[in-house]
Each structure stands twice: as structure tokens, then as C-alpha cells.
Design a protein around this ligand. Structure first.
Ligand code: ADP
Length: 494
């Protein structure tokens, strides 16, 4: 058995990667699928297309590696989180499109739950906020708005799942209806303290328990790939949400270890140990994974606009031609000459949570140039990440000694240097940046003995570059104080 086959079912594409025993990506295949926007604020995916693209790339990756089913020690699944599906248990036919995590159609439901005074109960039990982002209100919407769905659900004929659940159902020819605690912890229906679906929360959202998948661990042999599919007969051995997978792929396995993914936005996760830490700073508490009977927890915070700020400089202002051009432009000046850019283009995420904040530039003088603006944009990303990281440390009461990074914008060396300067601690970029797929592979490989232990994994993990802080802490504090003044002025604008 030469490989672990990792399926990375993201928001815009399905990917499959074969990893060998040294954790190297040996073959990759990727296929995009359609995004549907039926109304403003709505985002949907066709469940059949999620599946067909996923099967397609599985076959393609195997073919590229010249591998057959016999070469696959295990299959691991990483998925876009919170996206909500409902299908007929017997036929596998979806009742409609999947409601994607970005979809805001249930904002009113969340407001209504808040008005009923339920926010505290939801937060205390689930570690989440009442926000349309999570699956619970999306599932309630499907049950309410699909003709005939509610009575069919009451009769046990319908199955709910996030994308991990849907893919496992399809991979096993309809045999399994399961999820992992990490994905379950993003639904608003899972009680962090009992590790099970919560009847009171199900009642609040009017969801019949019969639609729910069984919660298994994140790393075990659940079943095998059905006959006639690529990698037929291979054990399916991990289910893990994409950000949790990246946390595993970065080997953040102990309390205080944290990773940040710099993409369109940023996703920070910090490992907090074996009991859930509830946040006082508007962060989310989530299950990282459960393995060998032990549940690990994490704090999570997201920044809405990170790489998107660079896109805006490129497409909106036409300051640069490509995103990569931002680095030499920003590096052409030694500092921002007092310019601050708060990239709150779509409001502010954690720890501010201000949907009414808007992007703002401060400190402009006649000497300000495109280069200062470019540098201020990179700083604006790094300041937001630093805000989340400090909130995490404060909530968990554990220091974060270094930050591990990945994602498209982590290619920017200057950004990471600025990040290290502001955080006053090392920022570490690994060689394998496919951390999501790698994390799912690790969890699957551990379950079947492809890798013997986490130490085994650490042995071959390779660092590409470590960025050490280059400025004094007083200087960093001064910058942060300026940023805080700027953020306060950008809040509650719209
Ligand atoms: P996502 O998964 O959210 O689509 P990616 O991880 O692919 O995002 O990263 C793409 C984002 O990174 C884009 O927003 C882009 O502007 C930004 N980006 C890519 N390269 C650079 C770079 N060299 N410097 C700064 N930002 C970059």
C-alpha cells in the first residue's frame, strides 16, 4: 500500500491528492463546480455535482499516479464546513440544492431565536454564535420550505448531512450515514459538553432527531469504498472539516499550538486541549477532532477580508497587475509613513464582529504613495490576525509560542515578516502547503497504521521558512496602538 487518498471537497472545487508515507503529495487532481446564486444572499451547490466532481478527481489522481485500488491504504475526507444537505435515505435523491455556508437566508431565523432569549443557551452548549453561517438554521429552512419534507423527515425517510456525511453516504453506496464531532460541532445542534446531539436545541429549531447522522470519531475505519468506484474496497478512515484538517496538517496537536490560513479571508485555529474553552472575546469554540476516544478542542476566529484586500488593490484600484506584485511594491518603502488601512470591506470578523464597519484609510499625507498603501494593506491583514491571536490567548489562558501558516497569501514573505514583527514571535511556513488535504490524510493514515503515531508524522514534516521578529517590542506596540485607533474609527460606519 503506497498511498493515502485524500479528498478535499472545498467551496469552489473538489480535489483529490495521493500522499505517500513521507507525507509528499504524489498526484493531484482538481475540478471546479458551479456556484448558484438564486437570490441575493443565497448560495447553493448541486449535491450531485459535488459528488460527480469528487469521484472524477479520485479517478484522475489515481490514474496520474499509475495507482489502483490496491495501492490505497485508506481514504480520508476533508470538507467545506456547515454546508447543508438533505436527501432521501432510500434513494439518495437530494430534496434540493445544498445550502452553502456563505448563504445568509436564515438571518431572520437567527434574529427570532435571539429574541426568544436563546442566544446564551446556544453559546453555552455549542460554543457558537447565532449566525446563519452554521448548519442548524439551514436545515430548519430546508424542512420548512421543501414541499413534503417535514412529514417525510418525521417518518425517518430523510437524511441530513454536511458534505462529509454526503460523501461518505455516496462512497459507501448509501450504507453509512455518519459524521465526525468536528463537523457536528458546526451545526448548532451538538452539545460540546455531552458530545452528542442536544434535544433542547433540536426542539428550539424544530428538527426531528431521525434526520441526524450518527456521530463517529474523526479517525477510524467507518466502512469501505463501494464496488465500481475508484479505490473500491479501500477503507474510509477520516472525516474532518477543512479548517480542522488544516490544523491537523500543521500538526497543531497540543494546547497553544495555532495555525492561520491566509486565503480570501483568514481562518485561525488554536488547539486548547481536551476540554472546551468558552470564549469571552467572541471567538468560536469547536471540536478539533476525536481520535482513539479522546476529543481535542479548538478556539476559532476568522478575518473576513485578508487576501480579498489584495484583490481589491488589484481589481478595484488597479494598483498592481497580480496579487504577487504587491510584495515588491510594498517592500519598496521601509514603512507605511503613518498610513493605516483597515480592510473592513465587508465588516469586521473576530474579535470585533461589527457588520457595520467599513474599509478605511487613515494618516494620509501628500507624501503617501501606492507603495505605502500596498504596505498598509499587508499590515492591515497582519493586524487583524494579531487581534484574533491575542483574543485566543486571553480566552484560553495559554500562550501561543509560534504561528504556523498556510493559504494562498502565505506565499508573501513580507506579509509573514510583518506578522512576526507584530506578534513578536516566530511565524512558520511548512513546505507542504496543502495542509487541509494532508490533515485528512494524516487522520486516515493513523487509523489504519499507515503512520504509527503523531511522532511518526512530526518526523517528516518539513519547514520551508521561519520568520523571526525583526523589530523591538516597543515599536510593535506603537504600531498596534495606531491600528487600534484606526479600527475604532472604522467601526459602525454603515
Ligand atoms: P481561497 O482558498 O480563499 O480561495 P487561497 O488560499 O487560494 O484563497 O488564496 C488566494 C488569496 O490570496 C487571494 O485573495 C489573493 O489575493 C491572495 N494572494 C495570493 N498571492 C498573494 C501574494 N503573493 N501576496 C498577497 N496576497 C496574495
Amino acid at each position: 500500500m503506497r498511498y493515502v487518498l485524500s479528498l478535499d471537497q472545498g467551496t469552489t472545487s473538489s480535489r483529490a491528492i495521493l500522499f505517500d508515507r513521507l507525507g509528499r503529495a504524489c498526484a493531484t487532481a482538481q475540478k471546479e463546480f458551479a456556484q448558484h446564486y438564486p437570490q441575493p444572499g443565497w448560495v447553493e451547490h448541486d449535491p450531485q455535482e459535488l459528488w460527480s466532481t469528487q469521484v472524477g478527481v479520485m479517478a484522475e489522481a489515481l490514474q496520474r499516479a499509475g495507482a489502483g485500488s490496491g495501492d490505497v491504504a485508506a481514504v480520508g475526507v476533508a470538507n467545506q464546513r456547515e454546508t447543508t444537505l438533505l436527501w432521501d435515505r432510500a434513494t439518495g435523491r437530494p430534496v434540493g440544492n445544498a445550502i452553502v455556508w456563505q448563504d445568509r437566508r436564515t438571518a431572520d431565523t437567527c434574529t427570532a431565536l435571539r429574541e426568544r432569549g436563546l442566544e446564551a443557551a446556544f453559546h453555552q452548549k455549542t460554543g457558537l454564535r447565532l449566525d446563519p453561517y452554521f448548519s442548524g438554521t439551514k436545515l430548519a429552512w430546508l424542512l420548512e420550505h421543501t414541499p413534503g419534507a417535514r412529514p417525510r423527515a418525521e417518518r425517518g425517510e430523510l437524511a441530513f448531512g454536511t458534505v462529509d456525511t454526503w460523501l461518505t453516504y455516496k462512497l459507501t453506496g448509501g450504507r453509512l450515514h455518519i459524521t465526525d464531532p468536528g463537523n457536528a460541532s458546526r451545526t448548532l445542534l451538538y452539545n460540546l459538553h455531552t458530545g452528542a446531539w442536544d434535544n433542547e436545541l433540536l426542539g428550539a429549531l424544530n428538527i426531528p432527531p431521525g434526520v441526524l447522522p450518527e456521530i463517529r470519531s474523526s479517525s477510524e475505519v467507518y466502512g469501505h469504498v463501494a464496488q465500481g468506484l475508484p479505490a473500491e474496497g479501500a477503507p474510509i478512515a477520516s472525516l474532518v472539516g477543512d479548517q480542522q484538517a488544516a490544523t491537523m496538517g500543521q500538526l497543531c496537536l497540543r494546547p497553544g499550538m495555532a495555525k492561520n490560513t491566509y486565503g480570501t479571508g483568514c481562518f485561525l485555529l488554536m488547539h486548547t486541549g481536551q476540554s472546551p474553552a468558552l470564549s469571552k472575546n467572541k471567538l468560536l469554540t469547536t471540536v478539533a477532532w476525536r481520535r482513539q476516544g479522546v476529543t481535542d478542542y479548538a478556539l476559532e476566529g476568522s478575518v473576513f477580508v485578508a487576501g480579498a484586500a489584495i484583490q481589491w488593490l488589484r481589481d478595484g484600484l488597479k494598483l498592481v497587475r497580480t496579487a504577487a506584485d504587491i510584495e515588491p511594491l510594498a517592500a519598496s518603502v521601509p514603512d507605511t509613513a503613518g498610513v493605516y488601512f483597515v480592510p473592513a470591506l465587508t465588516g469586521l470578523g473576530a474579535p470585533h464582529w461589527d457588520p457595520g464597519a467599513r474599509g478605511a484609510l487613515f494618516g494620509l499625507t501628500r507624501g503617501a504613495t501606492d507603495a505605502h498603501l500596498a504596505r498598509a494593506a499587508l499590515e492591515g491583514v497582519a493586524f487583524q490576525v494579531a487581534d484574533v491571536l491575542r483574543a485566543m490567548e486571553s480566552d484560553a489562558g495559554i500562550p501561543i509560542p509560534e504561528l504556523r501558516v498556510d493559504g494562498g497569501a502565505s506565499a508573501n514573505n513580507l506579509l509573514l515578516q510583518i506578522q512576526a514583527d507584530l506578534l513578536q514571535r516566530p511565524v512558520v511556513r511548512p513546505k507542504v502547503l496543502e495542509t487541509t488535504a494532508l490533515g485528512a490524510a494524516y487522520l486516515a493514515g493513523l487509523a489504519v497504521g499507515f503512520w504509527s503515531s503523531c511522532d511518526d508524522l512530526s518526523e517528516h514534516a518539513q519547514i520551508d521558512r521561519t520568520f523571526e521578529p525583526h523589530i523591538a517590542s516597543e515599536q510593535a506596540e506603537e504600531r498596534v496602538a495606531g491600528w487600534q485607533r484606526a479600527v475604532e474609527r472604522a467601526k459602525e460606519w454603515a
